[in-house]
Design a protein around this ligand. Structure first.
Ligand code: ADP
Ligand code: TRP
Length: 329
């Protein structure tokens, strides 16, 4: 028997415009593996419902994310591109997994604790977030899940739920490995905090020159005047430049910082040039695709019906083992 090709899976919430944190933490690692792994990429649109976006915003963000992924090089013929909401089986599995999820562990999830500490009304979507995410992963027997550091605990919980399930019912669920690269685990935003769609501190993967300029110019820097030597290791501009530039270019900028006579404004302009160099060639395709929402929808629905067949097959196997009556066919 030939071994099954390894599966790489990740999802992202259509809750804003995709940014460099998403790109380096999740999208690029997935795209890099698309030739050697079976890939699964989905819009986590059910997950985004626990925020405050309007329906129109959620829809718009979904198309923006699809156009971004395709323009970044995701090839839907090599794997599955689908929407979480178009595979309702995920909710069925979430219920089953939820029955293995200890309440105490759920209350220690960072996503829940963060929401609670902000004093917002915590809905069950926030509380159950890790269970739905576990179902996203376990439904497709994913082996590898590229994510940023913020999702590490969710991956640990996923593995824990799967172990509990397997212990009770037999080895039906695959334990996924997170793929978190140290150098991009937490991409800083323009304020130095973790870059996040919810924090208004993002640099977009795709934007007009003017938008990039505005985002980069808003990066918070130290007070040192132009003439002074500066420490690149603690500079937010340098941290982003490092993600995009070659080793020689990085070393060159570090030297300029340390020598003095090189201002944060210079570094920001160099960063804008890098954004244009790295993402510029893909940007036309992004704007082109963004104008064709109907095509994007057709594409994601075609992927979703394939995903749904796989999901149903997996759930039928699970139902057969857990003692429920299940489907009549
Ligand atoms: P956001 O936090 O901006 O709403 P998503 O929930 O859509 O992002 O996250 C999609 C993926 O991008 C996840 O794997 C997440 O860990 C990763 N990610 C988000 N922000 C960052 C960041 N600043 N650095 C590294 N990875 C990130
Ligand atoms: N929770 C992830 C985030 O907020 C998005 C997500 C949902 C996800 N389901 C997933 C990521 C499954 C990887 C695998 O960033």
């Amino acid at each position: 028997m030939t071994a099954r090709k390894k599966r790489v899976l990740t999802g992202s919430r259509p809750s804003g415009t995709p940014h460099l944190g998403n790109y380096f933490g999740a999208y690029k690692p997935l795209i890099d593996l698309q030739n050697s792994f079976d890939f699964f990429f989905f819009l986590a649109d059910f997950h985004s419902l626990n925020g405050q976006d309007s329906a129109a915003e959620t829809r718009q963000h979904s198309y923006t994310m699809l156009a971004t992924m395709l323009a970044c090089g995701l090839d839907p013929t090599k794997g599955l591109l689908y929407a979480q909401s178009a595979v309702p089986e995920v909710c069925e599995l979430a219920w089953i997994i939820g029955c293995q999820a200890p309440f105490g562990m759920m209350t220690r999830a960072h996503s829940f604790k963060d929401a609670q500490s902000k004093g917002v009304d915590v809905n069950m979507g926030v509380f159950n977030y890790p269970v739905l995410m576990a179902a996203d992963i376990l439904l497709y027997d994913a082996d590898v899940v590229p994510v940023g550091q913020d999702q590490k605990q969710h991956l640990e919980m996923t593995r824990d739920f799967a172990q509990r399930f397997n212990h009770r019912y037999g080895q039906l669920l695959v334990l996924p490995e997170p793929l978190i690269s140290d150098d991009v685990a937490v991409v800083p935003g323009t304020d130095g905090e973790k870059m996040s769609k919810s924090k208004n501190n993002t640099v977009s993967i795709f934007a007009t020159d003017k938008e990039w300029h505005k985002q980069v110019m808003s990066i918070v820097t130290g007070p040192a005047p132009l003439a002074d030597p500066k420490d690149p290791a603690i500079c937010n501009v340098f941290a982003l430049y490092k993600l995009l530039a070659s080793a020689d270019e990085i070393a060159d900028m570090a030297t300029r910082y340390k020598e003095g006579g090189y201002g944060y404004g210079h570094a920001k302009l160099a960063l804008i040039e890098k954004l244009k160099q790295v993402f510029g060639p893909m940007r036309d395709r992004y704007f082109e695709l963004s104008k064709r929402p109907d095509e994007l929808r057709d594409l994601v629905l075609a992927g979703s019906s394939r995903a749904r067949m796989m999901a149903r097959e997996k759930l039928d196997k699970i139902q057969a083992e857990i003692g429920v009556i299940g489907r009549p066919f």
